[in-house]
Design a protein around this ligand. Structure first.
Ligand code: PGA
Length: 250
């Protein structure tokens, strides 16, 4: 596991974008796993800039998103479909037929989840999976206590997650109770992981993830087992770490 500590969240985003761009240049038809939330937003802006200014070509990539709320239509402004198109996809030259985002309105959710897993496999798996982390140590919507071998499935959102995400809704009661999420096991099968975190409210989760024992209470801790996991964090998110890490803030 490579831990890169950057001066601030903007530097974190630039480094993240550089790593995604490098992957795409090395393998133009890369399968990229995308994440939503506040953390990757600035990285997506940089990828858009790279596309517009430097011609970074997304035309052959295939995308799979980590998760989606159950019951939100793709046109709902808080759905992750809407998020991805608004904040990245509509600004780059991705082929819409190569975009995969869990379908929160699926009639048969378990059938859909099996299909999603098969679809990922049909492309040979995910080359690079982008991840955020919840303050409670979740990755995607794999809440504390999730099985570390879990696959794509429906999950009940914890109260802490619903509270954290209520900032995007009018009130907490509007935050869906369920989500479809790639499992921890699904995520771990990606060939490379790129986990980003910034801010003091992520410091405890990062401490557990990088230096704590591996446990389902903090699903993100499993990334310690991954062969090619890169954790890019800012100084605030790194503030609880005790080990020595590369200070790559320059
Ligand atoms: P955030 O969410 O980027 O909005 O902090 C991350 C997550 O919950 O995985």
């Amino acid at each position: 596991m490579l831990v890169l500590i950057k001066e601030n969240s903007h530097q974190m985003s630039l480094e993240g974008a550089l790593q995604v761009a490098t992957q795409i240049k090395l393998k133009p038809d890369s399968v990229i796993g995308f994440a939503t939330g506040s953390t990757p937003l600035d990285m997506y802006k940089e990828l858009i800039r790279m596309h517009k200014d430097e011609g970074l070509d997304f035309s052959k990539i295939v995308s799979f998103n980590l998760d989606e709320y159950v019951g939100l239509h793709p046109t709902h402004p808080e759905s992750y479909h809407y998020f991805m198109w608004e904040n990245l996809f509509k600004h780059i030259n991705i082929n819409p037929t190569n975009v995969h985002i869990p379908m929160g309105m699926a009639d048969n959710i378990s059938e859909f989840c099996n299909w999603y897993e098969q679809k990922i496999n049909s492309y040979g798996g995910i080359d690079l999976q982008i991840l955020g982390i919840g303050a409670n140590g979740h990755i995607a919507f794999n809440e504390p206590g999730s099985s570390l071998g879990s696959r794509t499935r429906i999950k009940t959102l914890g109260q802490k997650t619903r509270l954290d995400n209520s900032r995007f809704f009018n009130e907490i009661d509007e935050v869906p109770q369920y989500a479809i999420t790639m499992g921890v096991g699904t995520i771990m099968e990606a060939k490379k992981l790129l986990l980003l975190a910034s801010g003091l409210n992520k410091a405890d989760a990062i401490k557990a993830t990088v230096e704590g024992p591996i446990m389902a209470k903090y699903p993100a801790t499993i990334v310690q087992y991954h062969r090619y996991a890169t954790i890019i964090i800012d100084k605030e998110a790194a503030s609880q770490l005790e080990g020595e890490y590369i200070d790559s803030s320059l």
